[in-house]
Design a protein around this ligand. Structure first.
Ligand code: GDP
Length: 195
């Protein structure tokens, strides 16, 4: 791939729901996961330059589906539903788990999972659970510390050091300023996601 697909190169390719698998596209795929409000949609929109591809600030717990986007028929992105909502009923939580674990366990084209955290909050319990699940499943994970623009230099150094103690592969990122974008693409290329 000469350059990552941008803007109009991206299209919505289908969705997985609790009763239905995502369409098989045969493209190397990258999945994006994170607690609600970490900026997952903003990060996807930043990487694709397709504003509105992943909708920002959706209603918590209402989006129990995995949206798959194809970029120039060279790469696919899977937008996993956000987790960590405070007031979501147990039934919704277990349907999230079934949907996401089913996808992570069986998706053949999946090359890497980008786990997004808020740099100010670091790795929370449910992020750690997801990272442990991915390690056990042999799925490469890339940890992205988003909203890094909100930290002052000293806070930033401390936050990144704390995260690196738990996960070696952490990228400081800002969906607002674009910091970390090149590093993330090159990390995805190393994972074999760019053909
Ligand atoms: P999602 O729920 O994880 O998809 O999060 P959104 O993409 O909807 O973002 C949640 C909020 O955080 C929105 O108000 C975004 O504008 C804001 N946001 C997302 N990424 C960043 C970032 O890197 N820096 C800053 N300062 N704000 C961000």
């Amino acid at each position: 791939m000469a350059a990552p697909p941008r803007g109009a190169d991206w299209r919505f390719a289908g969705a997985a729901t609790p009763g239905r698998q995502a369409p098989a596209l045969g493209l190397p795929e990258v999945a994006f996961a994170g607690r609600s409000n970490v900026g997952k949609s903003s990060l996807i929109n930043r990487l694709t330059r397709a504003a509105g591809l992943a909708r920002t600030s959706r209603t918590p717990g209402r989006t129990q589906q995995i949206n798959v986007f194809a970029g120039r028929d060279e790469i696919a992105f899977a937008d996993l539903p956000g987790y960590g909502f405070a007031r979501v009923p147990q039934a919704v939580r277990s349907s999230w788990k079934g949907l996401v674990e089913g996808y992570l366990a069986s998706r053949r084209e999946l090359r890497a999972v980008v786990v997004i955290v808020d740099a100010r909050r670091g790795i929370q319990r449910d992020d750690a659970d997801l990272l442990a699940y991915l390690a056990a499943a042999g799925r490469p994970a890339v940890l992205v510390a988003n909203k890094i623009d909100k930290l002052k230099q000293g806070e930033r150094v401390r936050a990144l050091a704390a995260m690196r103690r738990e996960c070696a592969d952490v990228i400081a990122f800002s969906a607002v300023t674009g910091e970390g974008e090149r590093e993330l693409w090159s990390r995805l290329a190393r994972a074999g996601a760019l053909g």
